[in-house]
Design a protein. Structure first.
Length: 531
């Protein structure tokens, strides 16, 4: 286009064409600079939200450490170390960003941030690094190595080795500064210094955005570590090593040849599961710790005198601190003391129990008297046919059934029997029929049905689910209506990683034919994703 044999007109056309191309290049450059600026703003907004979220998490962890130090104190201390490291590194980068834009009148006029001289002069001196350049590299390496040390030091009981390895590898990738010699490969596959490759000769706004991205990596790493710590504690909480077997039976004695229908149940025995306060009375007398009972391994071991023959009642409550509130667990238990036998053998009476919220079938008869000559009465008791009755107990802890009849000789017979009233036990949440902990692929979880069951309960009750909450680590809790994941829950699930544990909790269950009865809080379900 610049040949000497061109006409003056052609030369003018060529010159105008070159000017036009230069103008396009200039406009494109301004658009790119603005794009970097907009990206920087979005990253800063995201960093603010993550900072607030991490601060809230840390505050809640501190509260739990105060309430249950055996479980959460060490976790809180480790989290504090991570928080201190992250804050120090984050603030260092923030000061650097402030210095980079100190001389700009408008901090958001990105189209003027095309110069490269600030970081070129700050970080580099010829082919070498300045003191500030070396400090910048050292800060990244220190954060990477010190967080790795904290992760490695966490007990394997709170975080399994695979999770620790995965965390360390993720942080190493985010804050890598090249190979052992500080080199990375450029587009021509030639080794260059990591700092040169990332910051030398770049427009100011590009470097500003890259540093903001490093701040985002700090907050994400902090969030990942805190989430993994809590997840490890949750796994420890539900670990079966913290349980012992207990024998639960509906009555205290059985006849010879009768089928034994007791149940083996699990009870927590770990030292961390102990109440913050114990308020118990025995027959109205306050029990004193150390004198009347001791707390051992999650148990309140009584050491009181059995007393005189007859029934004795233990009442009161156990208080647990949870999220700054006192959670009361009521205690109302009775035991019977009988006279020590010397020659006679005395069988215990059948343990009479009726459940609130269900129709309890009861057979009432008096030997030698026809059923139509027997009358039974009690609140909530109705005859269905013959000697068969249905009991629907109301309020209170006991109900007394009185049976009256007339013998053939006209003599009246009256008998009373006291039944203890119990609430329906706490249902267990289920996913795909499994309760407690489960493992399944992500796709299976998307279509699985959330349910609830009453384990080892004598009555077959049809329970339905009206809603639940769904939690993916690092994602906001989602409230779901119905018994399957909705679109929002599935979207959050897609962001979960393999091996992460998602939680279904606050399951709202009800009895289909008795919606007025309020069931106890349904236990949560933890699902480990296998892909």
């Amino acid at each position: 286009m610049a040949g000497n044999n061109l006409s003056p007109r052609q030369k003018m056309i060529n010159l105008m064409y070159l000017v036009f191309i230069a103008m396009l290049a200039l406009n494109m450059s301004k658009e790119v600079l603005s794009a970097f600026g907009i990206m920087n703003e979005k990253l800063e907004t995201s960093n603010e939200k993550t900072t607030a979220s991490n601060a809230s998490f840390f505050e809640g962890l501190g509260q739990k450490a105060g309430e249950q130090p055996e479980k959460y104190q060490q976790l809180f201390e480790d989290a504090g170390k991570v928080k201190e490291l992250s804050s120090s590194y984050y603030n260092y980068l923030e000061k650097l960003k402030t210095d980079m834009t100190a001389k700009l009148e408008d901090k958001k006029d990105y189209e003027v941030m095309d110069k490269t001289d600030f970081l070129d002069n700050l970080f580099f001196s010829g082919e070498n690094y300045t003191k500030e350049g070396k400090e910048f590299v050292d800060k990244a390496e220190e954060y990477r190595e010190q967080t790795a040390q904290i992760i490695t030091a966490i007990s394997d009981s709170l975080m399994n080795p695979n999770a620790k390895k995965s965390l360390a590898e993720g942080i190493a990738a985010r804050f890598g500064t090249g190979d052992a010699n500080g080199k990375v490969r450029n587009r021509d596959n030639r080794p260059v210094d990591w700092l040169d490759y990332n910051f030398k000769g770049f427009p100011l706004v590009a470097s500003l955005t890259k540093i903001t991205q490093m701040q985002s990596d700090i907050k994400s790493s902090e969030e990942d570590i805190l989430s993994a710590m809590l997840e490890g504690q949750l796994k420890s909480d539900v670990s079966f090593t913290n349980y012992a077997t207990l024998l639960q039976q509906p009555k205290s004695a059985y006849y010879q040849g009768e089928r034994f229908d007791g149940s083996i149940v699990l009870g927590r025995t770990d030292n961390s599961t102990k109440p913050n306060e114990v308020n118990l009375t025995l027959d109205g007398r306050k029990l004193v710790e150390g004198k009347d009972f001791d707390m051992e391994g999650g148990q309140i071991k009584l050491k009181v005198n059995a007393g005189s023959a007859g029934d004795h009642t233990i009442k009161g409550n156990l208080i647990f601190k949870q999220d700054g509130e006192d959670i009361e667990v009521p205690v109302s238990q009775t035991f019977a003391t009988i006279t020590k036998p010397n020659a006679a053998v005395i069988s215990a009476d059948k343990m009479n129990v009726v459940y609130r919220g269900v129709a309890n079938p009861i057979t009432i008869s008096i030997p030698g008297i026809p059923d139509n000559k027997v009358q039974a009465s009690a609140p909530g008791l109705n005859r269905s046919s013959g000697s068969k009755y249905i009991m629907n107990p109301g309020k209170g802890r006991t109900v007394t059934i009185t049976a009256r009849g007339t013998l053939p000789d006209g003599q009246g017979v009256s008998s009373k029997s006291e039944f203890r009233i119990k609430d329906i036990p706490r249902p267990s949440g289920t996913i795909r029929g499994e309760f407690g902990e489960a493992k399944m692929p992500r796709k299976n979880l998307e279509i699985a049905t959330v349910g609830a069951i009453l384990e080892e309960f004598d009555f077959d009750l049809n329970l339905a689910i009206s809603g639940f909450k769904f939690k993916v680590p690092g994602q906001p809790t989602i409230e779901v209506r119905g018994n399957k994941l909705d679109a929002r829950a599935k979207s959050a699930l897609k962001r979960a990683k393999r091996g992460e544990v998602v939680q279904i909790f606050d399951i709202q269950a009800y009895i289909t034919n008795n919606r007025t009865y309020k069931l106890k809080k349904v236990s949560s379900v933890l699902i480990e994703l296998t892909n």
